[in-house]
Design a protein around this ligand. Structure first.
Ligand SMILES: *Cc1c(COP(=O)(O)O)cnc(C)c1O
Length: 226
């Protein structure tokens, strides 16, 4: 794992420098669905502490095993409304908010003793029927809803461009970055573009990604589901 991580960090640095971007402007989020708590613990000893999970029950089990570590947990999967209470209580970030009803539930259910939940709006940037996320046109309205909720802190947007784009997703990443900069006119605090996965993170960094979500590039091919 050390070897994979070193190689990845080198590629991240090269893309970042090629884009003229400063150190510490790109966070590596380790996507650990199907991976064990022991694998996450090993990563944490190498300095990776941002952990992304797609499935609530699986995530809660690992969090219980890793409670002694200071990890930052990101929920990145589809959100069913009966899961919002646990997501609001057990995560630091949610990248996949795509409707007002879910935002309201997360806000209402965020425990008052915790800081506001960091939130990204998931955008269906290529308008694919199979993907969740709001359309680009719907972003401003949902952003206004979330920005008004005191227990949520809107940070930016997340997208998963189509995997087969001829340009490696570059145009989609650019579109998302432009949408964020437009939205900053009304919500200046926005600072997050969660975009780029194992197959396309270099293009995402070139277009301004601040969080790249890496699974297979970090852990190797996933066993089982997903
Ligand atoms: C699984 C997943 C990833 C990581 O995908 P890899 O191609 O394995 O890097 C990133 N983001 C989301 C939303 C995912 O579900």
């Amino acid at each position: 794992m050390q070897h994979r991580l070193d190689a990845l960090q080198q590629r991240i640095r090269q893309s970042r420098e090629a884009a003229g971007r400063a150190a510490d402007t790109v966070t590596l989020l380790a996507v650990s669905k199907t991976r064990s708590a022991a694998e996450i613990r090993a990563l944490a000893t190498l300095g990776i502490t941002d952990i992304g999970e797609n499935y609530l029950q699986e995530a809660l089990a690992k969090q219980a095993e890793l409670a002694d570590l200071a990890l930052t947990w990101h929920f990145i999967g589809p959100i069913q409304s009966n899961k919002t209470r646990d997501i609001a209580s057990h995560f630091n970030w949610v990248h996949s908010v795509d409707r007002a009803r879910i935002a309201h539930r997360l806000n209402d259910q965020r425990p008052t003793g915790l800081p506001p939940l960091n939130v990204c709006i998931q955008v269906n940037v290529d308008d694919e029927r199979s993907k969740s996320g709001v359309s680009l046109a719907e972003v401003p309205e949902l952003a206004a809803v979330i920005a008004a909720l005191p227990q949520l802190r809107l940070r930016g947007m997340m997208a998963i461009p189509r995997a087969d784009a001829a340009d490696g997703g570059r145009a989609a990443f650019r579109t998302l970055a432009m949408t964020l900069s437009q939205l900053r006119h009304t919500i200046p605090a926005l600072d997050t573009l969660s975009m780029g996965m194992s197959g396309d993170f270099e293009a995402a960094i070139a277009e301004g990604a601040t969080i790249i979500r890496l699974g297979t590039a970090l852990f190797g091919p996933r066993p089982g589901r997903a």
